[in-house]
Design a protein around this ligand. Structure first.
Ligand code: 0X9
Ligand code: ZN
Length: 692
């Protein structure tokens, strides 16, 4: 979640003001008329009160403090239950349905006023799951030579098919060795724009094929695979619930309203209802809900194999970032895994919302050590090229281009696996400034670009990614002679590191040799980035200098400490620790000559996780270390600032080979090991394959 708790102070403050203004003088009595769901704040000054409240079977939200819990009341019986228990409450929002109407007004007004939006499809409102399916079916129907709709191998937990479209010239013909570009949307249920942009890009390519030269050329040189909704069950619940009760307007879409929204409008995860077990189709909608992303489900973006089980992913089923019972335990990630393992996906974009970011590997800071490897992760092997493309894309949409770990640690995310296991470049886009599913006009602006980015936006960023996907300098190429009609197979079985162990990946891809007896195959390099030479920095055991403070900070307040650096150091580490399972955040600023503060690092982990900021090659000067308390308690914290020297060293890598086989009539006629680097073109003639 993009710094889910980062803007919480502001969000809470604004939210509280609005909520209080909305509340009538006292508790409303239940009436015999139809009951309108309402949001109330139940007083729970003692732990016993909280425990009592939990026994009443009410719809408790995640929005709670040390002396209150926000609860959604759905019936007069709910009101009576509170009264019987002797728990006092204030009504915050007397009519959630009226609030929802207000929230959806912007969307309705836009749709009413817009005959056709400037989007490639002309749509003026968010798609439903049925809309996505209909749009993919229509693309195929209207452009059968260019578009093939396909179902991914695994149905969802609730039994739904998951569809994608493949776009390319003569798309139904045999695979002739073009590189694949993959675009994914909606891993996280509530992140509706992520599916819209993926789908719009598909429509864009198809509608402009044959008229726009750049697009025609790109589509001719690639296979483009778009899966707009990876998590179909979760999306369907969020999209249908989101129309019912959605509090996002309460504090401008801030965290407080998201956490307080009941039901599944802000569901994040998939539809795993019982961990590790299959439940009958349809269980998810009947099962418990997932307000604010908590509750049932596995986070599909923590379930991939790359460093699965490491930092930035939870092992608790109810947490928003629950990693799942095992790497690739979920159908959503199995689908993407099989898609990416069966083709040469040279570039992949997985869309999310929000925070206006273009994120590149790695998911975890380079100084961290995965126990499975025993050495620091280091920067990704292709950091230079990954950054160059990330920066170029961010220049189109005005987003910030950075490593994923600079947002926060993650393991088991899509490109943590796809890049590590295949070498294909992978990026996460966090679309939009501040909401998971903002009013629709924002979706239009983010796609096409607005203001200084008008005419660019994500559309242009995606086109740059597609250009990278087809650029032979950015992947590897095999060429040669081989018997017409033969099947060529490029395969390898490798161990991909999880955090503590490894999983086995089999990459298995085929093409058919054309009538001219020649082939050109765009492939990923034979050696995976994860086993390449690694430049690592080894920290000196003892800090050059260290300073510690203890203190307390009242709720919603912050405390500053100063640390001045005069010496040369390779690393500056600031750690914040405290004993209670509450939430403190850490922000680090550098003070300018004029006294102004420039943010240089922050750490906004989930509730209960301790905070750490790491700066490489810190510039001399005075740093302000700010402890921000989002908790309802006043814990005593310890803040430590330390400077370290680091020794750079290179851990030598491995060389891996593809096994290239030439198969005729289902039998392997020739087998060749192939070592090929990024940017390299290798000629491999398979003439022996033709001999009887
Ligand atoms: O936490 C996530 O999964 C993503 N943010 S979101 O709010 N959309 O949930 C960010 C993932 C970033 N990490 C990697 N891509 N490795
Ligand atoms: Zn997401």
């Amino acid at each position: 979640m993009p710094r889910p708790l980062r803007n919480r102070a502001a969000a809470c403050a604004v939210g509280a003001a609005v909520l209080v203004a909305l509340a009538p003088a006292g508790p409303t009595a239940a009436t015999s008329e139809v009951f309108r769901p309402q949001l109330v704040t139940v007083d729970t000054p003692t732990r016993a009160d909280k425990e009592l409240l939990q026994t009443l079977g009410l719809d408790l939200t995640e929005h709670a403090g040390h002396d209150y819990v926000e609860v959604v009341l759905h019936s007069a019986d709910d009101v009576a239950a509170l009264a019987r228990a002797g728990l006092g409450f204030d009504v915050r929002i007397p009519d959630l349905l009226a609030r929802e109407a207000e929230n959806n007004e912007v969307n309705a007004a836009y749709a009413a006023a817009t005959e056709s939006s400037p989007l490639p499809s002309g749509r003026d409102a968010y798609r439903t799951l049925a809309d996505y399916e209909a749009d993919m079916a229509a693309l195929e129907r209207d452009h059968p030579d260019l578009v093939e709709r396909f179902a991914l191998p695994h149905r969802s937990l609730d039994g739904r098919p998951v569809y994608g479209v493949e776009i390319g010239r003569d798309v139904r013909g045999p695979d002739t060795g073009l590189p694949t570009f993959v675009m994914l949307g909606v891993h996280h249920a509530r992140e509706w724009p992520s599916g819209e942009h993926a789908m719009e890009f598909a429509v864009d390519l198809v509608e402009n094929y044959g008229t726009d030269r750049r697009i025609t050329d790109l589509v001719d040189r690639a296979r483009v695979v778009v899966v707009p909704v990876v998590n179909v069950d979760g999306f369907h619940l969020s999209r249908t619930d989101g129309g019912l009760v959605d509090l996002r307007a309460v504090d401008g879409g801030g965290t407080a309203s998201i956490l307080a929204t009941p039901g599944n409008a802000y569901k994040r995860k998939n539809c795993r209802v019982v961990d590790g077990q299959d439940t009958p189709d349809g269980s998810c909608v009947l099962g418990a809900t997932s307000p604010g992303g908590y509750g049932v489900g596995v986070d599909p973006n923590r379930n991939y194999g790359g460093y699965w089980g490491g930092p930035g992913a939870s092992d608790l089923f109810a947490d928003p970032t629950y990693r799942g019972a095992a790497a690739f335990s979920e159908p959503e990630t199995q689908n993407v895994r099989e898609l990416v393992s069966g083709r040469h996906v040279t570039t992949l974009i997985t869309n999310h919302t929000f925070s206006n970011l273009v994120l590149r590997p790695g998911g975890v800071a380079p100084d961290q050590v995965a126990p499975s490897e025993g050495i620091p992760l280091g920067d990704p092997y292709d950091e230079g090229a990954l950054k160059e493309l990330g920066d170029a894309m961010a220049a189109q949409n005005g987003y910030t281009s950075q490593h994923a770990w600079e947002l926060y640690d993650t393991t088991g995310s899509t490109e943590d696996w796809s890049y590590n296991a295949t070498g294909g470049f992978g990026y996460t886009f966090e679309i939009g400034p501040d909401e998971f599913h903002p009013p629709f006009p924002e979706v239009v602006d983010e796609y096409l670009g607005a203001g200084p980015y008008a005419g660019k936006g994500n559309r242009e960023a995606y086109l740059l990614a597609l250009e990278n996907a087809v650029d032979p300098g950015a992947h590897s190429v095999l060429t040669g002679k081989a018997p017409a009609g033969a099947t060529l197979r490029l395969k390898k079985t490798v161990a991909t590191p999880t955090w503590e162990g490894s999983i086995q990946d089999t990459l298995d891809t085929t093409i058919t040799v054309g009538r001219d007896g020649r082939y050109t195959w765009h492939v990923n390099p034979s050696t995976r980035p994860v086993v390449m030479d690694r430049q690592v920095e080894t920290l000196s055991g003892e800090p050059l200098r260290e300073e510690s403070w203890t203190g307390t900070t009242a709720p919603l307040q912050s405390t500053d400490r100063e640390f001045t650096i005069t010496e040369d150091a390779d690393l500056f580490e600031v750690v914040l620790d405290w004993p209670t399972p509450d939430d403190l955040d850490l922000e680090v600023y550098r003070r300018g000559a004029d006294g102004s503060l420039t943010p240089v690092g922050s750490s906004g982990n989930f509730v209960g996780e301790k905070e750490r900021v790491l700066l490489q090659d810190p510039a001399p000067g005075t740093y302000v270390l700010r402890v921000v308390n989002f908790a309802s308690l006043t814990p005593t914290w310890t803040l430590t600032a330390a400077l370290f020297d680091a020794e750079p060293s290179v851990v030598p890598g491995l060389v891996e080979a593809w096994t290239l086989t030439c198969e005729r009539d289902g039998r392997v006629a020739q087998r060749v090991p192939v070592v090929v680097d990024r940017g390299q073109q290798l000629r491999v003639d398979l003439t022996a394959c033709g001999r009887r």
